[in-house]
Design a protein around this ligand. Structure first.
Ligand code: ADP
Length: 446
């Protein structure tokens, strides 16, 4: 087992990893930028190191900075969390070259899957259903027109390097397709330094359902069930739940099997997520995320597993702690992302000093958060301040518990997404499980 893990991230996920390591008896090193130096969670790590003088996200994105930090603190492994360098194949490779274990899949797998068009090709080879569209990247816009005419408009142009809902453009005619290709390319070049795009049929209001997978370095792959993530604004998730109200038993089995097939085809190891869109009784692969996800706690609660510990064990060369037959699901879990944003003002970021903070508690309530009264949310990073996760025997009870917990949650000094979560959890369609990726826009005009 590792002796010391460097946590190459910040905020709630850094704390989540520190907690897992502490329970496993592994020392931790927390890295931080100057802007984060007063964050109290840094005290929970055994050691800390400043990796950047400036407040920008650059500190957490510097490969030389993080590798030097691991070397000077004598860390033998790095946990990348999510975001920042977590899906950067060059970072994974550099860690390995320096004799530091990267807690995640290997660099080759990551670069194959990180490129969305190549992941899609792999899914096709593995006979995992994909959204109808282009076989690979679009070289000639006229090919895109031919495909669009065959599968029918509207279509979606997606950046192969895309992420976080960026680099996507819908087109409903030949003319708009030409400009969509141009715009998506330009946006992707600027945002990701890579302008490759591909085409998918634009599904009308699908559901987003993803499957958690876990694999070791001995070829064993299991899935830990699905998460429903259709409550999205601008293609970004706001609420997640497990299990998905959209699946029946046979679809659930089929989607789990498809995810495992995909992971095996990619020779995956570690924790990963295979994302699908569900339309009626059909599901289609869209992408793989090669890291722990923000929404992993809902899976932990229904499957009774600590995904971060399992990631660490697998990276240290151990076999999976269970096989598929021993994965049992019970109850229902829901997560609400509490962001420092003002939902009444188009989710404008609302950084600043938290003047009052009272977290909910009681049965079935879990909070993953690094904030407290007196903490100043910096303007430089992701706006996630807390994840409120509830668990109960049934979905109905989980909804009532979420509603109760949201009412208890008091965060003052900054605006948060708590009010919109209160409305969502009381919405009749949401309560019936009758919602899709168009839900937020329809009911809340976001
Ligand atoms: P990103 O990597 O930027 O998160 P994804 O491919 O995961 O992009 O898609 C994010 C979201 O965009 C999906 O959850 C869904 O809401 C929407 N989306 C993606 N592909 C399609 C499609 N073909 N049709 C309709 N909506 C889509």
């Amino acid at each position: 087992m590792f002796h010391r893990v460097l946590v190459a991230n910040r905020g709630e996920i850094a704390l989540r990893v520190i907690r897992a390591c502490r329970e496993m008896g592994i020392d931790t090193v927390a890295v931080h930028s100057k802007a984060d130096e007063d964050a109290a969670y840094l005290d929970f790590a055994d050691d800390r190191i400043c990796i950047g003088p400036g407040p920008s996200a650059q500190s957490y994105l510097s490969i030389p900075g993080i590798i030097s930090a691991a070397e000077v603190t004598d860390a033998d492994a790095v946990h990348p969390g999510y975001g920042f360098l977590s899906e950067n194949a060059e970072f994974a490779r550099t860690c390995k070259e320096h004799g530091i274990a990267f807690i995640g899949p290997d660099a080759e797998t990551m670069s194959r899957l990180g490129d969305k068009a190549s992941a899609r090709e792999l899914a096709m080879e593995a006979k995992v259903p994909t959204v109808p569209g282009s076989p690979g990247l679009i070289e000639d816009p006229n090919d895109a027109v031919a495909i669009a005419e065959k599968i029918g408009y509207p279509v979606l142009i997606k950046a192969t390097a895309g992420g976080g809902g960026r680099g996507m453009r819908v087109a409903s005619s030949k003319i708009s397709l030409m400009s969509a290709i141009h715009q998506a390319r330009t946006e992707a070049e600027q945002a990701f330094g890579e302008g490759g795009v591909y085409l998918e049929k634009y599904l009308e209001r699908p559901r987003h359902v993803e499957v958690q997978i876990m694999a070791d370095n001995f070829g064993n792959v299991i899935h830990l069930g699905e998460r429903e993530c259709s409550v999205q604004r601008r293609h970004q998730k706001l609420v997640e739940e497990a299990p998905s109200p959209a699946l029946d038993t046979s679809m659930r089995k089929a989607i789990g099997r498809a995810a495992v097939k995909m992971a095996k085809a990619a020779k995956y190891s570690g924790a990963g997520t295979v994302e699908f869109l569900v339309a009626g009784k059909e599901f289609y692969f869209i992408e793989v995320n090669c890291r722990i996800q923000v929404e992993h706690p809902v899976t932990e609660l229904v499957a009774g597993i600590d995904l971060v510990k399992e990631q660490i064990r697998v990276a240290a060369g151990q076999k999976l702690s269970r096989d598929q037959r021993n994965v049992k699901f019970t109850g229902h879990a829901i997560e609400a992302r509490i962001n420092a944003e003002d939902p009444a003002r188009d989710f404008r970021p609302s950084p600043g000093l938290i003047t009052k903070y009272i977290a909910p508690g009681g049965p079935g309530v879990r909070i993953d958060s690094h904030v407290y009264a007196g903490y100043r949310v910096p303007p430089n990073y992701d706006s996630l301040v807390a994840k409120l996760i509830v668990y109960a025997d049934t979905r109905e009870e989980a909804l009532d518990r979420m509603s109760r917990a949201l009412d208890e949650y008091k965060i003052e000094g900054i605006k948060t997404t708590i009010p919109i979560h209160q409305e969502i959890v009381r919405n009749a369609f949401f309560r019936r499980g009758d919602y899709d990726t168009g839900f937020l826009e329809e009911f809340f005009s976001v």
